[in-house]
Design a protein around this ligand. Structure first.
Ligand SMILES: [Zn+2]
Ligand SMILES: [Zn+2]
Length: 292
């Protein structure tokens, strides 16, 4: 479904389910016809009803945000330099996820065919502070690493409208389940967005949010600290990584396939523990994590 948001901006909705692997993307019907992100499933194109696509701007390398780039061979495509390698090589994609490093090779072998990984051509790099004009609309590129190293949001300053990618304001909270994800950077990036005071947020998994954006962003950021508190509480008794995974502190429950979500739980926990060790709140010895 193509829904009008404001001016010449449209939301392409995935249907009932909006959480990964489904996602929203956005169409700008300006002089340069622009898509912000492309979903995994190429059948989304039916919603465009034959509208032209001259340009694609990808917020980051995840398949639910650039997965259908390949069906637009004529479009010029932009992404941040740090997220380009996994859009062009499947080896790099696997490295960014940390599949081999964290014992997830079998999971990768089952997952990769399902997400239909296809290489994407790239015509230009997104650079912090740069303005990308499509005619009437001028979008400012804001580099917001953490979720992925090259995650960017796009801000139409004049209207206070933000294309937020996967700083998505879902009740799950920020996601940092890649080997290349970084929680400190995620925190800084969300704070950077709060400072922008966006009035309208176009989220990759919630669509258009027009109310209480500041409160929503703060609540979203707090999810990180809440999970951190629960990890520290769990470490009242020292635990191995495996014992922590079983508590499902990050995910709450594992969807199917469970081994995939257990893998993401593991990498997310490792990113939390990395930060907690740096903050001198946790130590690691004799195979267990201890509260410092
Ligand atoms: Zn993502
Ligand atoms: Zn996403």
């Amino acid at each position: 479904m193509l829904e009008h948001i404001v001016d010449n901006i449209y939301q392409v909705s995935p249907g009932k389910n909006t959480i990964f692997p489904y996602s929203f993307c956005f169409y700008i019907d300006d002089e340069i016809k622009t898509l912000i992100d492309t979903p995994i499933f190429p059948d989304f194109v039916k919603h465009l009803e034959g509208r032209k696509v001259d340009r694609i701007i990808n917020t980051h390398f995840h398949r639910d945000h650039c997965g259908s780039n390949y069906i637009f061979p004529e479009a010029e495509i932009f992404a941040h330099a740090e997220d380009i390698p996994p859009m062009q090589s499947i080896e790099s994609f696997s490295l960014y996820y940390g599949f081999e490093k964290y014992g997830g090779s079998e999971i990768a072998a089952a997952l990769l065919p399902k997400i239909n990984w296809q290489p994407s051509h790239i015509n230009g790099e997104l650079k912090e502070g740069e303005i990308i004009s499509s005619g009437k609309i001028n979008l400012k590129v804001i580099h917001t690493p953490g979720h992925t190293p090259g995650h960017c949001v796009l801000f139409w300053e004049e209207k206070g409208l933000l294309f937020a990618g996967d700083i998505d304001l879902t009740s799950f909270g920020p996601w940092y389940g890649n080997d290349v994800s970084d929680i400190d950077l995620t925190i800084k990036s969300i704070e950077k967005i709060i400072d922008l005071k966006p009035e309208i947020i176009l989220s990759g998994h919630r669509g258009t949010i027009k109310e209480n954006t500041e409160k929503e962003l703060k609540k979203y950021l707090d999810k990180i600290y809440l999970k951190e508190e629960r990890i520290l509480k769990a470490l009242d008794t020292p635990k191995t990584l495996e014992e922590l995974i079983e508590l499902k502190i990050v995910y709450g429950r594992f969807k199917k396939p469970e081994n995939l979500y257990a893998f993401f739980e593991k990498v997310s926990l490792l990113n939390h523990l990395k930060r907690l060790i740096k903050l001198n709140l946790v130590t690691y010895h004799e195979g267990k994590y201890h509260k410092a």
